[in-house]
Design a protein around this ligand. Structure first.
Ligand code: ZN
Length: 83
């Protein structure tokens, strides 16, 4: 699998570290913190994920990937905020 880094171009996924689903938002209070840390959906289809380009530019990316066929449809810098 290859991931499109905005700085480095198309790179092998082995250069990246996977963090997980980019969707969950950290709760403001302790309420809901257990669910935020431990509970994740496992959708079949498009998912926005956090990836870290540790063997490249060291940027955090939000990658849109189809979990059914691992096709990647886009990537952007995570520091730009959530969309
Ligand atoms: Zn990069």
């Amino acid at each position: 699998m290859k991931l499109p880094c905005p700085f480095c171009g198309l790179r092998d996924a082995h250069e990246f570290s996977y963090l997980g689903d980019a969707g969950p938002h950290r709760p403001e209070t302790a309420e809901g913190f257990h669910d935020y840390v431990y509970l994740r959906d496992n959708p079949a289809g498009l998912l926005q994920e956090l990836w870290y380009h540790g063997q490249g530019c060291r940027s955090w990316l939000v990658v849109e990937r189809d979990t059914l066929d691992h096709s990647v449809t886009g990537a952007r810098l995570a520091r730009g905020g959530r969309s």
